[in-house]
Design a protein around this ligand. Sequence first.
Ligand code: PHE
Length: 344
Amino acid sequence: MLNEIEDILQQALQAVDAAEDLKALDEVRVRFTGRRSRLRRILGGIGDLPGDQRPSVGQAAGKAQRRIAEALEGRRLALERAAESEAAIDFTLPGRPQRRGHTHPLSATADELVDALRQMGFTVADGPEVEDEHHNFDALNTPADHPARDEQDTFYLTDGRLLRTHTSTVQIRVMERQPPPVRVLSVGRCYRKESVDATHHMVFHQIEGLYVDRGVSMAELKGTLTALGRRVLGGDTRIRFRPHFFPFTEPSVEYDFSCTLCGGRGNSDGGRCRVCRGTGWIEIGGAGMVDPEVFAAVGYDAEKYTGFAFGFGIERVAMIRHGIDDIRLFLESDLRFTRQFGSG
Ligand code: PHE
């Protein structure tokens, strides 16, 4: 009886190996382990055997049954895998397109602005986003009782440091490090406690420029910004200055570029222009002549040197250029948004 079981096992294992496809394998399974198979008959008849044979026959038959089941399963997996890899080398199937990454619209806008300013002689300087009050406020002539220092507007860390509210901090660091002339850009992330809506975010990006030398004038500021506007918004772009106040510049202005959509006429498509809301102008940022107090803070001689500074939000320029109406889109990393700005 034990020999017969061994015989069945060997035959079954051979048959499993020889099965060429899943259908053949299933026939093997039925033949060797099905209800009418020899093995099942032996198992069913164990009760009729003399008592001393029952344990050994039962054990051998059970073991044979398990080994056949394992072999069947192994063979089934192998056949399935083979079928899959055969399908995988079907060269007639269409390829799977690989998406190429591309520059984020904000980075692309920043790169273009920085490139334009580089050609005018500016270099880029870097500085920390976690700043101290000295670089963010004091050295910029923003005294301790100034409303901008309010905890309502600025994110303070528990150790008294803060998240920079503008990139002017970098300009202070550069002036502390080197004597004039200075022609430098600071580019990067800024933080303010804004309630977030379609045009405000507590995280945004700025580009600021600083030019200090003998005899630097407001006319040069206007010329620089005009050239920048024409490079990135179009050759007919005009600029206007409006009087304003910043603690770190005197005189200070806010500047607008003529509207890119209506060309400054205030109406387009027969109605009020939706980009400039009919005014013909788009607000861009702030600028002015560096306040002598700032020069004093960094040890520059305000009798010898003058300088201009300007700043603006990169989001704002990108929104105007691409007709984006919600600033929140820039930070959401929604691929349906960012993919619209690449070629891939
Ligand atoms: N630092 C100012 C701001 O963040 C912008 C500015 C820069 C204004 C330089 C004037 C001169 O609002």
